[in-house]
Write a protein that binds this ligand. Sequence first.
Ligand code: NAP
Ligand code: MG
Length: 495
Amino acid sequence: MNTITPDLPAFLQARDKSLFIDGGWRDARSDKRIETRNPATGEVIATFADAAKEDVDLAVASARRAFEGEWSRFTPNDRHALIMKVLSVLEKHFEELATIETVDMGAPLARTRSFWNYTDRCLRFFATQTANIGGQTLPSSLPGGMMTMTLRAPVGVVGGILPWNGPLIGQLWVLGPALATGCTVVLKPAQEASLSVLRTAELMTEAGVPRGVINVVTGRGSTAGAMLAEHQDVDRVAFTGSTETGRSIIRASATNIKRLQLELGGKSPDVVFADADLDRAVPGAAMAVFSNSGQVCYAGSRLFVQRSILPEFEERIANFAGTLRLGNGLEPDVALGPLISENQLASVMGYIDSGRQEGARLLAGGTRPGGALEAGSFLNPTVFSSVNNGMRVAREEIFGPVVSIIPFDEEAEALKLANDTPYGLGGGVWTQDIGKAMRMVQGIRAGTIWVNNYGAIDPSVGFGGVKASGYGWKGGAQHVDAFLYQKSVYIGGLN
Ligand code: NAP
Ligand code: MG
């Protein structure tokens, strides 16, 4: 039974997807297919090629040819103009891309449509960076009047391994700097959400990106992903995903000493002081976890609340959780979609059981909604209180709409608990006291800190992690620099 509604984009109506290599669709070597489902309904919406070694080799070879070909002669102005053309083609197709993303990974259309602003800011920033690639002319102390300078050159073929929680924008952190610098890319999207990445590659090629500059191999992480990570002819890997997979990417990088950027897991602290403006802090701290149904790497999932406001805060956040409308993301006014899959839902339910068993108090959620939502992987937004920072729900990344309230008395105690985690991706502080805010900003060991807001990201500023959350900045001039390598030039014979 084909249950795909007729007004879905044509791209979704053709169900069997090939690989995108060398500027076009290519059949994989093997006939093996991977089914992907709409997590709001459980329906199979497409099948992907399960790329094998020969397919990954072909994609990398295509990226290498492109790196050395016509693309290497694009001037900064040419690359700037190309990025702006890409932006205009994506704008024309953004409703389609948002719909594809919603159907594939479940996020509401309101969210996936809002990715246009993100895309626009991101690609505009990378376009500006095309003119910002250079070195220095440096005075040297060498004899003989040598001229000495540094240059920057693109690192080459970049493998981008993406998670499923928002590939439509996640891919921009690989494609943007590649287009800005003259690198080429082989993307391996997650099995659970590959469709928007495939369609974007096709659209970018229509916009004039030379063949081979962007290739997409679909397939399993343990095969296609691992082969890309260890490939001898891939110069850099940009990986976003779990810390555990990040470790295997590091090991695989040893084959040819690849450069890496790793954006890994998190268990970010969000600290609400008694003097916070609760009209902002309650929805802000709630959405710091519930956005994208909790499937956000920097989710503020450990919510430290000063004890003097605890009863009021608990009541307000539990009420807020109850106001969020769950549903199929294609319907209007839906605030939260499903989790990505039944597997992910089962994993999150396991954490909810563990929280209960360890003595956390369930203030809201913890259950699947019934009725029309039963067929999807939905979970009511869940609030635990009376959590201790040692409980499993406070130690491990849940990647679902589950927030754990951990009470504290003193500022120093909040800071100590905030840092008591293997992760260091993000952190939030809610207070009216600038001194207190700045002490927390300086004290929390994390790559990104938000004060009186949570989750804002600007591509020219960027974000990143420390500790088990990885390394390598996303955004800003540093990100572009990481797609380049430096050369020193010593010019003799001048006198
Ligand atoms: P994951 O298992 O690490 O997967 C991420 C990507 O890596 C997927 O494309 C996956 O392929 C691939 N992969 C899996 N095993 C691999 C291997 N051995 N070698 C190479 N690639 C491999 O993570 P996930 O379960 O998809 O996503 C949830 C996790 O990602 C959470 O822990 C979350 O914190 C993290 N995450 C972090 C960020 C961030 O920016 N820090 C953003 C989003 C998610 P398949 O899935 O197709 O098998
Ligand atoms: Mg899917």
